[in-house]
Ligand binder design. Structure first.
Ligand code: PXP
Length: 263
């Protein structure tokens, strides 16, 4: 639920301006912050800084993050098993665990019990998740994974290309949501790419499937996606971590300078 400040100008009553807050008047889009690249930075040095758990706790404390999203890749190139367990145990925000549809990943999911699992395709050679899940060729396998996850009280979304057929297939295999891949739109913000996302979202509404979206979103390209009426959640990572350098590095340099100067 969001909060909206409503300003009314009452001309009949000596130009009284009334301000009031209306609670729960509209559902705001949830923002899932993907902190994989905090782990990428940590792993670059092989040490413990920056710690994804510490960042998750900072985000929880700051209040604007609605959920934490992490992708446990099979090659563990960023988030590691210990991060997943620690974040689940110590961070109070809902957890969305992205993973491939493999027995090993499902075992970890049952153990960790995130609020959501987002099933994604995985190719070890890719730099990031390049496309949506191929559902048709693995329908039974995916349906079985969703059923088992649901039996463990874990909701499931499928990361799909913005394609109405993929939305329908997601419903057929029993998913509670889809996450529409916005990467193509991020690379080419044309009306055509946007309308593919809009159609997928409209189909979600028609067949009562939650619609999430994400990948490659920035301050600029997020606006059109956030305007799609039934998109309930956006998962954003890489750009936010990059932006954090711009808003935070100046402060950390200042702090370092103070420490050095006070010696
Ligand atoms: N959603 C999914 C399913 C992803 O795989 C990723 C990337 O890990 C994201 C969202 C976030 O994408 P980005 O880091 O480009 O914001």
């Amino acid at each position: 639920m969001g909060m909206r400040l409503i300003v009314t100008l009452d001309l009949s009553n000596d130009l009284t301006i009334c301000f009031y807050y209306a609670w729960g008047m509209y559902e705001s889009i949830r923002l899932g912050v993907n902190i994989d690249h905090v782990a990428t930075l940590r792993n670059a040095r092989g040490g413990v800084n920056p710690d994804p758990l510490e960042i998750a706790l900072l985000l929880e404390n700051a209040g604007d993050t609605d959920l934490i999203t992490i992708h446990l890749r099979e090659d563990r190139r960023h988030i590691r098993d210990a991060d997943v367990y620690k974040i689940r145990k110590e961070c109070g925000l809902p957890l969305n665990l992205e993973c491939a549809v493999t027995d090993d990943m499902l075992k970890i999911a049952f153990d960790v019990k995130p609020d959501w699992v987002c099933l994604v395709p995985e190719n070890r050679l890719e730099i990031t998740t390049e496309g949506g899940l191929a559902i048709k060729s693995r329908q039974e396998h995916i349906a079985r994974a969703i059923k088992i996850l649901n039996d463990h009280d874990i909701k499931v979304s499928l990361f799909i290309d913005p394609d109405v057929r993929a939305v329908n297939l997601s419903k057929d295999v029993g998913a509670q949501a889809v996450e529409v891949h916005t990467g193509a739109y991020a690379n080419d913000t044309s009306d055509e790419e946007l309308s593919r996302i809009q159609s997928a979202a409209a189909q979600c509404a028609a067949i009562e499937l939650q619609c999430h979206a994400g990948h490659g979103l920035t301050y600029d390209n997020v606006k059109a996606v956030a305007q799609i009426s039934n998109v309930e959640e956006l998962n954003i990572g890489h750009y936010l971590v990059g932006e954090a350098l711009k808003v935070g590095l100046v402060q950390s340099v200042r702090h370092m300078k103070q420490i050095i100067s006070s010696q």
